[in-house]
Design a protein around this ligand. Structure first.
Ligand code: C2E
Ligand code: CA
Ligand code: CA
Ligand code: CA
Length: 275
């Protein structure tokens, strides 16, 4: 039994060492990912809930690791935040997204995710302005998605940054709404143009009564505050119908399309134009 305990202990130590090693390997690799051209931006289209017409797309970063294949941002974005690499990666994504979106039909918007770490960076606004200038992309067609976490804590700085972004003509979306630290006061303290209902609620709708009521409540809240509401993670026809009937103005999810490489998105937009 003593031996078993010891070998069990050694097993966990080995697992732990393996994990630390993987992190270290990824850390080295992530530092070089931009210069080695391993990052890529995929786009998930969004549609108008009433007409079904495309309104634009959300930019979602991917890492094509030379040995490990395509890695999810859920894995490497938190690592990039810890390593102080998220500002550089975020700026790279923004520049790529604006350059790509500059080729879209003129009414389409691109939405780009911003890490809370980026919101805290005093150079953020300058960096965005530089990218808009270099790509010639209009600020009015750029939407920045932030999470409630970004508004916690140092909210004086966050508020100043968001006001500056707004003054330049960009739109601000509150992502993953309803999870984490949702506070209704954010909606009127911060300049928010859009709420994105978290997909965990959408996934359980319309059958789960609790989730359905939350979607209803958020949609009404948005309507009464003059804030647009997007339902994300729409996978089924009944979810689409429910969110649309409850007053969400925009929809996003696998039912419409998975995130796709830019060439594929451009083809979708072109096809819609001729239909
Ligand atoms: P998010 O911003 O909430 O993005 C939506 C995620 O849900 C995406 O995962 C998307 O592929 C997935 N999704 C969309 N529709 C459906 C659906 O119908 N069903 C299901 N099951 N999933 C759906 P992805 O691309 O893996 O991104 C994960 C998260 O990583 C994002 O969540 C966002 O928080 C973060 N992220 C992605 N790109 C960036 C980026 O450029 N910068 C930052 N800071 N974070 C990013
Ligand atoms: Ca390696
Ligand atoms: Ca998002
Ligand atoms: Ca989300």
């Amino acid at each position: 039994a003593k031996d078993a305990g010891r070998s069990c202990h050694r097993f966990f130590e080995a697992r732990m060492a393996e994990k630390i090693q993987l992190r270290r390997a990824l850390e080295q690799d992530l530092r070089r990912a931009i210069s080695r051209d391993e990052l890529e931006v995929h786009y998930q289209p969004k549609v108008d809930a009433r007409s079904g017409a495309f309104t634009g797309a959300e930019a979602l970063v991917r890492w094509n690791h030379p040995e490990r294949g395509q890695l999810s941002p859920a894995v490497f974005v938190p690592l990039a935040e810890e390593l102080g690499l998220i500002n550089a990666i975020g700026a790279w994504v923004l520049a790529r997204a604006c350059a790509d979106a500059a080729t879209w039909p003129p009414h389409m918007c691109v939405a780009v995710n911003l890490s809370p770490v980026q919101i805290m960076d005093r150079r953020l606004v300058r960096s965005i302005r530089k990218i808009l200038k270099e790509t010639g992309y209009p600020a009015e067609r750029l939407e920045l998605e932030i999470t409630e976490t970004a508004l916690l804590g140092n909210d004086v700085q966050a508020l100043a940054t968001l006001k500056e972004i707004r003054a330049l003509g960009m739109k601000i979306s509150l992502d993953d709404f309803g999870t984490g630290y949702s506070s209704l006061s954010y909606l009127h303290r911060f300049p928010i143009d859009r709420i994105k209902i978290d997909r965990s609620f959408v996934a359980r709708s319309p059958n789960d009564a609790g989730s359905a009521s939350i979607i209803q409540a958020i949609a009404r809240l948005g309507a009464s505050l003059g804030i647009k509401v997007t339902a994300e993670g729409i996978e089924t026809e009944s979810q689409r119908r429910f969110s649309s009937d409850e007053g969400c103005s925009e929809l996003q999810g696998y039912l419409i399309s998975r995130p796709v490489p830019h060439a594929q998105l451009a083809a979708l937009f072109a096809k819609a134009r001729t239909e």
